[in-house]
Design a protein around this ligand. Structure first.
Ligand SMILES: *[C@@H]1O[C@H](CO)[C@@H](O)[C@H](O)[C@H]1NC(C)=O
Ligand SMILES: *[C@@H]1O[C@H](CO)[C@@H](O)[C@H](O)[C@H]1NC(C)=O
Length: 411
């Protein structure tokens, strides 16, 4: 529902402003401004000249009246007026006394404006437009919307759809906002361009879930993770324009790369923080984040501003203080050689492989020995069943007793 109540005062103010500006046009016309269309016939009439004879037209600041102009009674006719014919005119009686002065402003009819709409939160949407014709004339816009009811509603009450102004803010020309909309409803927007010669309108059907595009997340911070040389901790906040609400959450995607590389890695998350686990040690990384409606409606936001961080040298979690200092000393020397080729190198040497093989052999031997032992034990038990049975029962009884005891205590 686009309820008019909270913005009513504002709407009234804007309507009043619109009326004032409309009145201003009329006033201007009264004060001697006349608007005309380029290419059309324009008639300048000399008020009070009808009764008099010898009416004379002059054009101020010009050598004479434009070529092709005609005098019809006391009117001056400009057939197929050209832009250059604009300017101040005056008519005089036979004695040269001024009867009327007119400032002629020539221009064009409005064109159909092109309009696009965007919602940066889940309740309000804004539309902006660009005129398709440079009319050279004072122009204003009438912006309204009509809510198209949901299908069920429409059958019941076909003409009941709500309508109201798309509110224009003087601080943001060529933009208007529809407040407190329903996310799942459809709206028909009417942007009408009006000038003294006429008006043209553009209609646009808008649904919130199609045009929603959050603002980029804010407060992006990237930090190295102590003792993790390939990790970066990233966190950010919801955009201020998106109040947090249970049913309208955002999801995020993160893009990051070493500054010297050109291709981004991207991860998606629903959290407000993320740990990058495959950063390159010692290389400065650039990170950005963008947001989208949690249920995938609309579009991804623009990318946020960039943030930079370099994964630390990695204070290894070795026990001794010595090891820590050693790692600290080692890393700066090692890094430059790694930098041009940050891909992990296969650094295994032959002795290492031999060690692994030997350990595997020893392990296999123990497994075999254990299996053999179990087989022997089973065989022995099969051979002497009578002797073991009583023992087994006693053991089981004890086990059952132990297990039931705590329950009894609880009860
Ligand atoms: C919609 O706009 C109104 C008025 O500007 C504002 O108070 C409200 O917080 C906005 N809604 C959301 C979800 O941002
Ligand atoms: C659009 O708005 C203008 C100005 O209010 C109006 O004259 C015109 O009829 C409207 N068009 C439609 C289709 O509603």
């Amino acid at each position: 529902m686009c309820a008019p109540s909270p913005g009513l005062r504002r709407v009234m103010a804007l309507l009043a402003a619109a009326l004032v500006s409309a009145a201003a046009w009329e006033e201007q016309e009264e004060q001697g401004v006349q608007y005309g269309q380029v290419g059309a016939d324009v008639v300048l009439s000399c008020a009070g000249g009808a009764a008099r004879s010898g009416v004379q037209w002059r054009r101020e600041g010009a050598a004479g009246l434009p070529e092709g102009c005609l005098l019809r009674e006391t009117d001056l006719l400009l057939p197929q007026a050209q832009l250059a014919m604009g300017g101040p005119y005056s008519c005089h009686d036979g004695t040269g006394q001024l009867l009327r002065s007119i400032s002629l402003r020539l221009g064009y009819l409005p064109g159909v404006p092109s309009v696009s709409c965007r919602a940066s939160d889940y309740e309000n949407f804004s539309c902006s437009w660009t005129p398709s014709v440079e009319t050279l004339l004072p122009t204003r816009y009438i912006t309204t919307y009509r809510k198209k009811s949901l299908m069920g509603d429409e059958r019941r009450r076909p003409q009941s759809s709500q309508a109201g102004p798309c509110v224009q803010d003087p601080a943001r020309p060529h933009t208007c906002t529809v407040h407190q909309c329903e996310f799942w409803s459809s709206y028909r927007l009417n942007v009408t361009e009006v000038n003294p010669l006429g008006s043209r309108f553009r209609l646009l059907d808008v649904t919130m879930q199609a045009i929603i595009k959050p603002d980029p997340p804010e407060g992006l911070v990237v930090e190295p993770v102590p003792s993790a040389p390939r990790r970066l901790q990233v966190r950010w906040r919801y955009p201020a324009s998106w109040p947090r609400e249970l049913h309208f959450q955002l999801k995020f995607r993160l893009q990051y790369r070493p500054v010297a590389h050109s291709s981004w890695s991207v991860v998606e998350t629903v959290n407000l923080s993320e740990v990058i686990t495959d950063a390159f040690t010692g290389l400065e990384h650039v990170v950005q984040v963008s947001a989208k409606d949690f249920l995938d409606a609309g579009n991804w936001s623009e990318w946020s501003t960039e943030a930079w961080a370099t994964p630390g040298p990695g204070l290894t979690s070795a026990p001794g203080d010595e090891a820590t200092t050693e790692a600290g000393l080692e890393c700066p020397a090692e890094e430059p050689s790694l930098a041009p080729n940050p891909e992990p190198v296969d650094g295994s040497d032959p002795t290492e492989k031999v060690t692994i093989l030997v350990s595997l052999g020893v392990f296999a031997f123990f497994i075999l020995a254990a299996a053999l032992g179990i087989a022997v034990a089973v065989w022995l038990r099969e051979r002497r069943p009578s002797k073991d049975e009583s023992k087994k029962h006693n053991f089981l009884a004890a086990a059952v007793h132990v297990r039931t005891l705590p329950k009894a205590q609880i009860l």
